[in-house]
Design a protein around this ligand. Structure first.
Ligand code: USQ
Length: 378
């Protein structure tokens, strides 16, 4: 297949590119390093800094891979690349992924909304105008649903009202501007799908952890940049860095916030499953992309227990929650669809935590303790 990967340098984009390169597809990787530049602007550094995209691509066996530095929120440049490549499928990761960054202030909030909506709009309109058969695979987030007091279904819910029934998008209620931008994306995509008979898969993913896209890979050129800072690090990756650095784990508030988590290895497997099972024309296919539910307290306890085995003594500290979010809530989300299509989950075992900790330990000198405590609050 001819596949475009937008946001190919990111935490999910680079591992996805590496994995798909082994499948003989023709790939066009796109990124304009927005996140990298934001990290610099806010004095945050990832644990691992990658070589240039072109030098990493040369290390891949597949020679049918090209990289273009394009801003997906700029229609002129993006549409030109789309038209000349004419993809069969596009994997869309070209979004700012951070709730704390989006809530930092007006500039950051608008930048998140603008970047995410424009890139999604540019892509779906290119598909409609130039290649309506193209399958768009879009990364959504479980955070679109929020924490409702009923079970979370996979994207859709049947509503019965005054003796009539209809299927609607499951109600959405985000707790940050970033998550809200994802809700707006989903609405935009559903509008285009139903009007123009397009095919879109929207993956509602939970927080991701890990550094490898595949257990067989050990060359760090094939690992993504790994953020552990207060703005761009996800909770479990942050906790393991904190543990290795001897900093108490930063449990926000009561620690009873529950989310659905997924190993990076499974993210990449899910993208493969989505590619092999394209949404039908006129359908917005939604999957809940996580494998296990944990509270923040459970995550912290798991890190403590696992790392004791390698003589790392982990401290846990509850700190004032910098976010407005429910700290005691019902959470039961369905995640059957990916499993039915063949996903065999890589679960969060002690070995997985230790493996991530060993990678971090190798780079311990790069840990900047000043970028751990939360600076963005709302
Ligand atoms: N948390 C802590 N301590 C920390 C960091 C986070 O207790 O040091 C808590 C948060 O308050 C929250 C939970 O851990 O209750 C998850 O936080 P997170 O920062 O890992 O996740 P979130 O901000 O929701 O965003 C991340 C990714 C985002 C993705 C989302 C999936 O940054 O791109 O969409 O996870 S989900 O959470 O399901 O919406």
């Amino acid at each position: 297949m001819k596949i475009m990967i937008l946001g190919a340098n990111g935490y999910l984009g680079w591992p996805t590119s590496v994995e798909l390169s082994s499948k003989n597809h023709k790939l066009l990787l796109i990124d304009n390093f927005t996140k990298k530049n934001i990290l610099k602007e806010y004095n945050r550094q990832p644990l691992l800094i990658n070589k240039s995209m072109n030098s990493r691509i040369k290390l891949l066996e597949n020679k049918n891979i090209n990289f273009k530095n394009i801003d997906c929120s700029n229609y002129t440049g993006f549409s030109r690349a789309f038209k000349s490549f004419m993809p069969d499928a596009v994997i869309h990761y070209a979004e700012l992924p951070s709730a704390p960054y989006s809530m930092f202030g007006h500039k950051e909030g608008w930048r998140t909304l603008e970047n995410n909506l424009k890139s999604t709009f540019n892509l779906i309109t290119c598909i409609k105008d130039f290649n309506p058969n193209c399958h768009m695979i879009k990364l959504g987030t479980m955070g679109e649903y929020g924490t409702p007091n009923i079970d979370i279904e996979e994207g859709w819910i049947d509503v019965a009202h005054n003796k009539r029934k209809q299927k609607f998008l499951y109600p959405r209620q985000a707790s940050s501007l970033y998550h809200t931008s994802k809700i707006m994306d989903t609405d935009l995509l559903w509008f285009y799908v139903r009007l123009y008979n397009l095919r879109v898969t929207d993956l509602m993913q939970g927080p991701v952890y890990g550094i490898k896209s595949n257990n067989k890979i050990s060359n760090e050129n094939f690992f993504p940049e790994f953020s552990y800072d207060d703005l761009f690090g996800t909770v479990l990756n942050r906790f393991i860095v904190q543990a290795v650095a001897g900093i108490p784990l930063t449990v926000y508030g009561s620690g009873n916030q529950v989310r659905g988590y997924i190993n990076l290895i499974d993210t990449v497997k899910c993208i493969n499953i989505a590619l092999k099972n394209p949404a039908k024309k006129g359908s917005l296919e939604i999957y809940n992309q996580f494998t296990e539910q944990f509270s923040v307290n459970e995550l912290a306890a798991k890190v403590k227990k696992a790392l004791k085995k390698v003589d790392i003594d982990v401290m846990i500290k509850k700190i004032r929650n910098p976010r407005i979010e429910a700290e005691k809530h019902y959470y039961n989300a369905s995640n059957q669809k990916m499993k039915k299509l063949g996903l065999k989950p890589s679960l969060l075992t002690d070995e997985v935590i230790i493996d991530i900790a060993m990678f971090i330990k190798k780079h311990i000198k790069r840990i900047n303790k000043k970028i751990i405590q939360p600076k963005s609050g709302w």
